[in-house]
Design a binder for this molecule. Sequence first.
Ligand SMILES: [Zn+2]
Ligand SMILES: [Zn+2]
Length: 305
Amino acid sequence: MAAQRPEFHKVDKVFASHLHTDHVGDAAALWVGGWLSGRYTPLHIFGPSGSSPELGTAAFVDGLKKAYAWDISGRAGILPDDGGKLVAHEFDFKQIGGVVYEKNGVKITSFPAVHVLDGSVSYRLDWNGLSFVFGGDSAPNKWFIEQSRGADFVVHELFYTPEGLAQVLGWGARQATFVSSYIHTPPSGFGKIMAAVEPRLAVGYHTIRQPELDMMMIEEIREVYDGPLVIADDLMAWHISKDSIVQREVVSSERVQAPPTTDGYRRAKRSGEATYSDFTASGKWKGYQPPPLPPAEPGAAPAGD
Ligand SMILES: [Zn+2]
Ligand SMILES: [Zn+2]
């Protein structure tokens, strides 16, 4: 995401399908990185409840705040106050088509997935007569098929075949079969789902792309599904309209800076002051003098307010 240099003040909402590290492990990087790079309003994290409060999204967000207390405290007075705020929006993982978000003609609904524990979900976004479904990690489930019917663009996890997984990770046959086919969806299941849903484009994700595994997956899918198909790779992008779906691959540098911040960012209120003890202050070397501090931005609240 950072490589695409988005306007970070507009990247202020995250919709988590579930709380596995491969899905939310970068939440803190987006929270603090986005704040450093132009976001001056809170970051909103939408996500499901779990089978008990401590397994839900609100507890996850609360835990992040606790884990990064040192980081966040140290930015007081330097970065805009509100950009450091995290807001959890936890909803019932059991809702089937319930509204998670609705604004400016965009409606996002959720429905449950079947993945290890209670509390994995999928999302459907409807806007301007177009629809996009994003499947959270799941074994093939009936809700996905019901809620995806008629959608334009449908993304579902596509896991390895049991043989592929055993080969890649050196797992035994039982573990590989359980993980690929009972808590995830192997290619044969993915193909059956897409054959039932019949989207304008079926996209599989959640695999590390390797040519020999791609072939294994495609062969299995094609036994049961012959519609439009893409196995997603990082930084693929799609432009979807009523007439066409155009696929592109983002080309970006490995080394990128965030885009310039805005006036809103520079003027946003900053308060408090990160400080250290007299002990740490006594370690400043007298042989170095920093340059004088320039005045605060016009309109900005001075640090310390
Ligand atoms: Zn996953
Ligand atoms: Zn998962």
